[in-house]
Design a protein around this ligand. Sequence first.
Ligand SMILES: [Fe+2]
Length: 381
Amino acid sequence: MTDPTGPVVTSEAPITAADPVPTPLAPPPDILRCAYMELVVTDLAASRGFYVDVLGLVVTEEDEDAVYLRSLEEFIHHNLVLRKGPVAAVAAFSYRVRSPEELDRAVAFYTELGCRVERRADGFTRGIGDSVRVTDPLGFPYEFFYDVDHVERLAWRYDLHTPGALVRLDHFNQVTPDVPRAVKFMEDLGFRVTEDIQDGEGTTYAAWMRRKPTVHDTAMTGGDGPRMHHVAFATHEKHNIIAICDKLGALRLSDHIERGPGRHGVSNAFYLYLRDPDGHRVEIYTQDYYTGDPDNPVVTWDVHDNQRRDWWGNPVVPSWYTEASLVLDLDGNPQRVVARTDTSEMAVTIGADGFSYTRPEDDADVLPSWKQGEYKLGHQL
Ligand SMILES: [Fe+2]
């Protein structure tokens, strides 16, 4: 019970792409951080109710077609755009770059890759100026910008804070069929792996990648894709996440809770996964660790370690593995979803062929029968 054996720590991510995207000769744009996501929602009023009235995000601006929201410590115009549309999907994963000149680099980088690239001097959304949108080689709609309206940072406005106050956008999570290919491409874009999940046969199931000095700005999760797994907002402390659960219960909205609250193995963060009125997944996240040194160690988890996704060994609900949001091309049409061909994480950690372990030397059946299989009772959400 006291065996401290856990994930393996190395200096570089032990991930090799068999089918890599060619590395462009053009240098990548210097990305600062994930900045906002543009979500297409089918019922704008219902989504506004969820993100504003329940989760407490702040409305910077709104009109009949869109709501522009920010977290309480943000000083740029928005961290989330809710835009009314016919199909629930993601229109943009948007990143802020270090200077206006970086947009020229983004154009050159993606043009060399043969990607579709659009640049608008007046931006694609309110509050943001010169911007570049691309469909990247993995099929995701990415945006880059520097020019943005500054708004009041509400960090000191405690009169506006709720017990579950969301203070920053923390990260995106993307579903893609070939994780090593995605990791190699994102490394070319300037990202660095902080943690990953693999098995003994060399299959990579997921990888976490950063620009800002946290565990990630985005993660690549193996599955049918391109799809969006979740968007995550940070709150200050664990008790803030408990307060969100209590509020959802009090409002009889507990069916929005999909998984958690809990402590992650990967990232060490405390977490909660919610589903919005369209089924878009939102994570509430707090207290991961600093990763900003260039030699920050990479942490590799065994896919059979039942503490990798929940440090307390709690099961992962099947919907968390299988469901995700569509993403759009630059014309607003849903991208075709390509099936993953590598083994799925759910398949190797659920069921008779792959009981998870608590201690690596344990036999497959050492977990008590009621812990085997990693199913939540009744498969309830
Ligand atoms: Fe996450």
